[in-house]
Write a protein that binds this ligand. Structure first.
Ligand SMILES: C[N+](C)(C)CCCC[C@H](N)C(=O)O
Ligand SMILES: O=C(O)CCC(=O)C(=O)O
Length: 366
């Protein structure tokens, strides 16, 4: 049975033909005995199948169904379209990502939803999540500028991730944490939590007070930067998908020492699409993951990427004012800020990538 294949077609879909592994087909039987439809979990024990299991009859039924009779007497019914969509060569993203530059994003239809609409309509939630998949960014406007109201807006869509910075965090120029974010300094484009095994999937930032100058926010599309590098220098691109770049966060007073290595560009091994862009030049740890003989080519690729990220045509710069929450995909979009004067208070939080995926899947967007 393990080496058998079976050809399947259906008259409703004359252009489609499938060649399926017999064991795969049986493993995907969705009858009550093989699959619990309440819990959506598998029940079938593959080790209990007879060694010589074969299909004894396959027939096309009305409504795009396929009926399979098995040599052990079991019967399975499948939807042909479901079988079709379940094949690696037919996997297509439900909501494709669209890469952007500074000049293109300003013309795009990314979500910018009033707080009240978000609270009152499911469709507004969907627009935000869709925008986060397509562009990696969305905004909520007319939010009362407090941490509590920011929390309310985010909890409307996602649970909040707890980290060493707390759940909701409010930061300004003070030494609360050993990090440049807690200063008035310029912050170049980066993704957060490069030192976590599971970096936050989303980050939200809301400027709730500023009485000085500067402090503009910047966003850069990591997807665009990766595409640009691939186009200009495929060898450098390939290196940045492979070399493990170590990062760490050390706060001795709080007994924190987070450490993680991963590539700058993590590709999905199934689709080849970019899964995660991981970039923070400040939080890099000692580069000890490749031998010295490979350092020159790594640094060449890394510096080329810095130049793309810092290119003004990729950097979308704008001033966040009290009332607007910016949400971005921390696995894709880099953020930063200009230096500033005066008092500036930012509030926000992180969301687990897994929760983002869960919401997107519940809304049938992923
Ligand atoms: C957002 N918040 C102000 C709480 C923390 C900022 C941490 C930034 C840090 N260097 C990192 O890359 O993760
Ligand atoms: O202060 C800001 O606007 C951004 C801070 C930042 O980059 C961060 O929290 O990671």
């Amino acid at each position: 049975m393990l080496s058998d294949f079976i050809e399947i077609k259906h008259k409703d879909h004359p252009k489609q033909q499938l060649k399926l592994s017999t064991i795969w087909l049986r493993d995907h039987c969705r009858c009550e005995e093989c699959f619990n439809h309440t819990t959506k979990q598998r029940l079938l024990d593959l080790t209990k199948l007879p060694k010589d299991l074969r299909t004894s009859n396959v027939s096309e039924k009305e409504g795009g169904k396929i009926l399979v009779q098995w040599s052990d007497g079991h019967k399975s019914e499948y939807s042909f379209q479901w079988l079709w969509k379940s094949q690696v060569q037919n996997l297509v993203p439900k909501t494709p990502m669209k890469s952007w530059t500074k000049s293109s994003i300003e013309k795009e239809d990314y979500a910018n939803i009033p707080f009240n609409d978000l609270l009152n309509s499911e469709d507004s939630v969907k627009q935000v999540v869709e925008s986060l998949i397509t562009y990696g960014v969305a905004f909520i406007n007319k939010v009362p500028p407090t941490t509590d109201m920011t929390e309310m807006a985010i909890r409307r869509m996602f649970p909040i991730m707890k980290t060493l910075f707390g759940e909701m965090f409010t930061f300004q120029d003070n030494p609360d944490h050993a990090d440049t974010a807690y200063s008035k300094d310029f912050l170049g484009s980066h993704t957060d939590n490069t030192y976590f095994t599971d970096a936050a999937g989303l980050q939200t930032l809301h400027c709730i007070f500023h009485n000085g100058k500067g402090g503009e926010s910047s966003l850069v599309d990591g997807l665009k930067c990766a595409e640009e590098l691939k186009e200009k220098n495929p060898k450098a691109f390939e290196l940045l998908t492979k070399v493990q770049v170590p990062a760490e966060y050390i706060d001795e007073d709080k007994e924190q020492h987070h450490y993680h290595s991963g590539p700058v560009i993590r590709l999905c091994p199934v689709t080849g699409l970019i899964k995660q862009f991981r970039w923070n030049v400040y939080d890099r740890a000692v580069m000890d993951t490749i031998p010295q003989e490979h350092m020159p080519e790594f640094y060449e690729a890394f510096i080329e990427m810095i130049k793309i990220i810092e290119n003004e045509k990729n950097r979308w710069l704008f001033k966040l004012t009290p009332g607007t929450i910016m949400i971005f995909n921390n696995w894709r979009v880099l953020h930063g800020r200009e230096s500033y004067t005066g008092i500036r208070k930012m509030t926000g939080c992180y969301v687990l990538h897994s929760e983002f995926v869960s919401k997107a899947k519940s809304l049938d967007l992923m």
